[in-house]
Design a protein around this ligand. Structure first.
Ligand SMILES: [Zn+2]
Ligand SMILES: [Zn+2]
Length: 119
């Protein structure tokens, strides 16, 4: 309904996704929530209302690449209808390694953009 940005960090980046409960989060916050959990195979919990986030949908179309890849990964993991549960451990480790790499790349890109903007 409202425009506005991420419901967690309030950034108004274009890389936002809507969750099951209707809140919007940026790609950094989604990754942060996802990678900080004890069990990455369980859906994230919305930091605003505590709802389970079982799917994500990009807020903007066409969605920027970074949010699109996270959204499709996330949905593949948690969307109830898709059978995913028993991902082999090894595959999961590889997957998480990739996720962290993306996360770090995004953080670096963000820092870089910030540095350029304010230099
Ligand atoms: Zn955010
Ligand atoms: Zn919520």
């Amino acid at each position: 309904m409202d425009k506005g940005g991420c419901d967690k960090c309030l950034s108004d980046s274009s890389s936002l996704a809507t969750t099951t409960c209707g809140h919007k989060f940026c790609v950094n916050c989604i990754l942060y929530l996802w990678t900080r959990k004890k069990n990455v195979t369980e859906p994230c919990i919305c930091p605003v209302d505590g709802d389970k986030m079982t799917w994500l949908r990009p807020c903007m179309l066409p969605a920027p690449e970074e949010i699109r890849s996270i959204v499709s990964l996330y949905n593949r993991f948690f969307q109830p209808k898709v059978a995913t549960p028993d991902m082999p451990r090894k595959q999961l480790v590889v997957f998480m390694a990739q996720l962290f790499k993306v996360h770090i790349a995004l953080l670096l890109a963000g820092t870089f953009a910030y540095a350029i903007k304010f230099s």
